[in-house]
Design a binder for this molecule. Sequence first.
Ligand code: FES
Ligand SMILES: [Fe+2]
Length: 421
Amino acid sequence: MTQIFKSNRPEEGWTKKFKLDRALISFEDMISEDFFELEREAIFRPSWLYVGRADRIKQPGQYFTKEIEVLKQSVLVVRNKDEQVRVFHNVCPHRGNKLMWNRDASKEVSGQCVNFFCKFHGIQFDTDGNLAVLTERDAWLDGQGDQLKLAEVPFEIWNGFIFVNLHPDGPKETLREFLGDYYWTGFDGYPFEKCSQRYFVRCNSNANWKAMIDGFSETYHAPTTHALPYNVEPGEVSVFPEEHYGINGRHRMMVYQSFGNDVYNFDYERATLAFGTGPRYPFPEELTKLPPAANPTGLENWGNSSHKFWPNFFIQFYNPGWFLTYAMWPLSYNEMRFEIEIFMPPPEDFTQLLSQQASLYMFMDAAIQDFSLLEATQLGLESNAIREYPLCDHEVLVRSFHENIHEVVEDYKRKLNGRNA
Ligand code: FES
Ligand SMILES: [Fe+2]
């Protein structure tokens, strides 16, 4: 099968439409340790960062931790006894021991508890961060023990997605200002909570965090990288042209058409009602209608709608009505952790369960094809054999992302120099 989508590229091209430069670009921002140090402060410190969905913790006392290595932070997200979400630094305020961890202190944990118990001196805190149990009460000086409480982390919840802000002086802008008007209300009404079946995958790569974002910012690569699962091949005509590209502030989006529900390339796909882009059995009607910001052209046969939020978080909707998140977490200038959370409606019978499971494996197969290229790209870039690279019109979101990265880092450097002058 070679499916060719209808092209909706503007006549002038996307690059011109978005008034972007056409010059060759440098990927020095992916191979420089110094640049990475600037990114920590300029990009990650002031940004609102996605840490998880609120429906991951449904009951009082349920919690999870989130490691944010790029800022050397760990946060603790919990539902308190009044069923409200609270977010704290995952650090004991007595002597600075990391609070919630098992076996390996660098790894994330989740669970359910009444109090958080510190493994060092046994002091406990309740799910509001208040002192619950103070050990050896007699020995404390001037009531300092009684004043212990967990340090709060500023957070906001948008459509069930929890974002934290780790700037030491507090958020520079609200989440609404950060997301912008287009998105703040643009996803309203979509029943995200109906997709309560969560599948989670995490993997590390020896590549810069932006390599994965760039890889998911065009489908120009798809007929080559994913030739096998989608039964396509690269040629002179675009196989997966984009229906729509959008740039909203520093956030970027793309929409693609659907393969159609009667296209199967392999017998096992037909047998399991599954495809590399998801299950094929009918989904609840309310999930099949995209929210306005996700389908600005009103495309009927939408297949995929991808939203790349600054700096490292994606939400992608897939036909017939499920969504996923991607998060690309930098560990160093050439190491990253990639996290995929897939959310689908809970399967109602064995056929639906099989279809979800089969499509997950097919989806992961395609994701691994993307992922396996990263190290090769990083090695190629680090060779410094080529200093400047051309980007075609399909790669306009790659261009826009790197432009924004440079703008924000240069702006930070200017302010820093101004302060030091
Ligand atoms: S460091 Fe936590 S109880 Fe002492
Ligand atoms: Fe891909």
